[in-house]
Design a protein around this ligand. Structure first.
Ligand SMILES: Cc1cc2nc3c(=O)[nH]c(=O)nc-3n(C[C@H](O)[C@H](O)[C@H](O)COP(=O)(O)OP(=O)(O)OC[C@H]3O[C@@H](n4cnc5c(N)ncnc54)[C@H](O)[C@@H]3O)c2cc1C
Length: 419
């Protein structure tokens, strides 16, 4: 590996790949270091029995303005533009229409209060209806959207995302993770299974100690998740304490996915959806036969995802199967078998689902996105002001950080020439 490149990008997730794409052709030598043995980060498509199973991001949110759509077109990768089935409950199983309407109305009213009359405390839970009957339902949705309970969510941060996002959610049938990975420029040096263990700054270069030796780049683009930034897997100079403190104020919530394979003759219908138990804040959300694949995707958020991480995959499969059996009847038990499960909380170089701002801490996103000393540049989903928690927000942040690095290094060269 080149020991003195111009730029090192830490992390080959959507942000790192966004940065690498912007740097390709810039004339600056670039090395990408990735702790995992694969690129993509939280974009992770596993190929199982010929099916593309996304264990991380799956939906191209705000698809009408999502840069991954254009990249897919450029790479000849298919995009499925069908509407999703999230809001529906297949055959009203376990969720009669009157309850469904009442629950959705309560969520809608909470969401409106968050934007139009946000609580002074900035605690999203304080916009809940104190007499509401569907608080657990609203909490379950908060788990899917933000990865945590409303008591720990900034109302302003939630509203900023909500206002900026559009109603278009598309998919990449061959996997969102596969699309992200395919976008990595071929001519860029990528070192997998290479962990950055320490960063120090002296003279005009940064020193990166890695599991494969030392590198001394002129600039570094850091794309690690906020839990990695605030944690202890990397030794940081104390000058970066304000950035690490900002990361602490933007923790990752918990989000996990479990896939069950459908075998034999079953009553399941493609592209349908159900919520397991709308009165349980830890319930799974079940997408049946997405894109026609013989699987059920169970999405867990907040308390439900924490429970899965604590209890382990076997218990999580069992719980998901029990919820589905309760809705469809005991005959479907024989149709379901465990296929794949994520463990984002247990992946040391990620450490959770996606970032949310704690109440009163929305400003931490701007702080985290600031460059340090024109040598360290910060990207990653958490640094995007409105598209945080998404793969397109991560991508855009990577491009922004790359542009900052190019400007800094170019100014450096012109300064040196002039001097
Ligand atoms: C279950 C789940 C479902 C999701 N669903 C969606 C969705 O439908 N749509 C959507 O848009 N988003 C979704 N997301 C969020 C989306 O996946 C992320 O926001 C995005 O992928 C984050 O990209 P990133 O580059 O910021 O971070 P990451 O993908 O985490 O990339 C950072 C990389 O840095 C590496 N790294 C960390 N430490 C080191 C080190 N010391 N040395 C070297 N490398 C290091 C990590 O291994 C990682 O690969 C989902 C996430 C989860 C977990």
């Amino acid at each position: 590996m080149t020991s003195e490149p111009d730029i090192v990008i830490i992390g080959a997730g959507a942000a790192g790949i966004g940065a690498a794409r912007r740097l390709a052709g810039s004339g600056l030598s670039t090395v990408v270091l990735e702790a995992l043995p694969r690129p993509g980060g939280r974009g992770f498509t596993r190929e199982i029995s010929g099916m593309a199973i996304d264990l991380g991001c799956g939906w191209l949110h705000s698809a009408d303005r999502n840069p991954w759509v254009g990249i897919a077109e450029e790479l000849g990768i298919a995009i499925d533009r069908r509407r999703n089935a999230w809001g529906s409950q297949y055959q009203d199983l376990g969720f009669p229409p009157s309850d469904h309407i009442a629950a959705q109305t309560e969520f809608g009213a909470w969401s409106e209060r968050i934007t139009d009359a946000p609580p002074a405390s900035d605690i999203a839970a304080e916009a809940l209806d104190p007499n509401g009957c569907w608080t657990n339902y609203v909490q379950a949705l908060s788990g899917y959207i933000s990865g945590d309970e409303l008591e720990r969510i900034s109302a302003k941060d939630y509203a900023a995302y909500d206002e900026a996002s559009t109603e278009y959610n598309w998919r990449a049938p061959n996997g969102y993770g596969a699309l992200i990975t395919a976008a990595l420029p071929q001519n860029q040096a990528l070192h997998l299974a290479t962990r950055v263990e320490g960063i120090s700054l002296d003279g005009r270069r940064a020193t990166l100690e890695t599991s494969a030796g030392t590198l001394r780049p002129r600039a570094v683009i850091v794309t690690c998740s906020t839990n990695v930034l605030s944690g202890s897997t990397i030794r940081w100079p104390s000058a970066l304490d304000p950035w690490r403190e900002a990361a602490r104020r933007l923790p990752l919530g918990n989000n996990e996915k479990i896939y069950l394979e459908i075998t034999g003759d079953s009553p399941f219908e493609p592209e349908t959806h159900l919520i397991g138990d709308p009165r349980d804040a830890t319930t799974g959300s079940y997408y049946i036969m997405p894109l026609g694949m013989p699987v059920i995707e169970c999405f867990l958020g907040g308390a439900g995802a924490r429970k899965a991480a604590t209890d382990g995959a076997a218990a999580a499969y069992e719980r998901a199967t029990d919820q589905i059996v309760k809705l469809f009847g005991s005959s479907v038990r024989g149709n379901l078998r465990p296929l794949a499960a994520s463990d984002w909380a247990g992946t040391a170089s990620v450490g959770g689902g996606y970032s949310h701002a704690l109440p009163g801490q929305r400003d931490a996103r701007d702080i985290l996105a600031r460059p340090f000393d024109n040598r360290l540049f910060f990207a990653g989903e958490a640094t995007h002001a409105t598209d945080f928690s998404t793969a397109h927000g991560a991508y855009k942040s990577g491009r922004r950080a790359a542009e900052e690095a190019i400007a800094a290094l170019t100014a450096d060269i012109s300064g040196a020439v002039a001097g």
